[in-house]
Ligand binder design. Structure first.
Ligand SMILES: [Mg+2]
Length: 373
């Protein structure tokens, strides 16, 4: 399929509630959306880079620049025949994985539509529903945390993740256990600890039956995680540290973790995500799908990705109403009674933005066309 035209939409959507981690707080999501046109079809992609350089160095503004100036010219006019091609065409750009992944998602949507198959099918997915959980940000108080968790359990979520930081960790976990008993529970530190503080902090919660402890140490670290993991029974899970297939291999070879969180945006797209999935599967290491507060577009790609067989833990892929009063897509993603989301079965992503809703949240738009030389 020759890539004829690409549109970028810079959108901004208010979140239903502020989302606070150990390091930053988000109240709205400003992200670039990508629309790729070929042969009468349009593929959609969502770039998960957001308002500030907090989760990673990428932001909506850097992604807009890198897409406009470098990535889009590399694919415009190209004849795309296989799904590994977008990664290869943009490999000369160092980093900027979220920008790459947004563009690649749109092209995968297009390829799947052209084949008349779902994105899940194109990826090799095997499930029609995926297990999901909810990620609970740091709340103003313990009481607020317990009330928030109760709300999500009442809504049907069967796996809870809480954000933690030094001073907001073991006592919170114990309080949740006292209140809710044996629920599926995991914690995410977003790199808030250093090794010397992490050992006592996580040994203190090693008897709490957590599914995993996510990214306790530096966002660029593998070595210290490899020192921490043998001192704990609870599996460590790397998120921020894994940007490529090599990073995943290094983490597994050094024993830095026993679980990997895959986010297509973080690793540069669905192609790399599938390769990391396959590597982990071959080594018996489970993966799960992380979340970046996506709109329905990015959420559809996450759900498709999580339908692969080695996604064996619930993903941070909640229903649309956990994030937005009005999603870009209609109908929105809704939670099934068994704490799953249904994998879209239609061609490609199986969802697309409602034009009037897209227009309402669009800050600016740009268009790029291929001209025959
Ligand atoms: Mg995380």
């Amino acid at each position: 399929m020759r890539i004829e035209r690409i549109e970028l939409y810079h959108i901004n959507m208010p979140l239903v509630a502020p989302f606070q981690t150990s390091r930053w707080i988000e109240t709205e999501r400003a992200v670039p959306l990508v629309a790729v046109y070929s042969e009468g079809l349009v593929g959609w992609g969502e770039c998960v880079a957001s308002n500030g350089p907090w989760y990673s160095y990428e932001t909506d503004e850097t992604a807009w620049l890198i897409l406009s100036r470098y990535l889009i010219p590399m694919v415009l006019g190209q004849d795309i025949t296989d799904p590994s091609q977008p990664s290869r065409l943009t490999a000369r750009v160092r980093g900027h994985n979220m920008a790459k992944a947004g563009l690649e998602m749109a092209i995968w949507d297009l390829l799947a539509q052209a084949q008349g198959v779902s994105l899940s099918h194109l990826l090799g997915g095997e499930r029609d529903r995926v297990d999901v959980g909810v990620s609970v940000g740091i709340q103003p108080s313990l009481a607020a945390t317990l009330a928030t968790i109760r709300g999500y359990l009442d809504a049907g979520y069967r796996r809870i993740k809480i954000k933690i930081k030094p001073g907001w960790d073991v006592e919170v976990v114990r309080a949740i256990r006292r209140e809710f008993g044996d629920i599926r529970l995991q914690v995410d530190a977003n790199s808030a600890y250093r090794l010397e503080d992490a050992v006592p902090a996580f040994q203190a919660m090693d008897d709490q039956g957590l599914l995993l402890i996510e990214q306790p140490l530096g966002e660029d670290d593998i070595l210290d995680h490899a020192k921490l993991q043998p001192q704990l029974r609870t599996p460590l899970c790397l998120d921020e540290s894994i940007h490529s297939l090599d990073h995943a291999r290094w983490a597994l070879e050094t024993g830095a973790c026993r679980v990997i969180n895959i986010k297509a945006g973080r690793v540069g797209g669905l192609w790399v995500s599938r390769n990391i999935h396959d590597l982990c599967q071959a080594q018996g290491v489970p993966v799960w799908c992380g979340g970046m507060l996506e709109t329905g577009i990015g959420r559809a790609a996450n759900v498709a990705l999580a339908s692969l067989p080695n996604f064996r833990l619930p993903g941070d892929i909640s229903a649309s109403d956990r994030y937005y009063h009005e999603d870009l897509i209609d109908p929105p993603f809704q939670l099934n009674p068994d704490s799953t989301l249904t994998v879209p079965a239609g061609p490609g992503l199986g969802v697309r933005p409602v034009p009037t809703r897209l227009e309402k949240v669009t800050l600016r738009r740009a268009e790029f066309s291929h001209r025959e030389p």
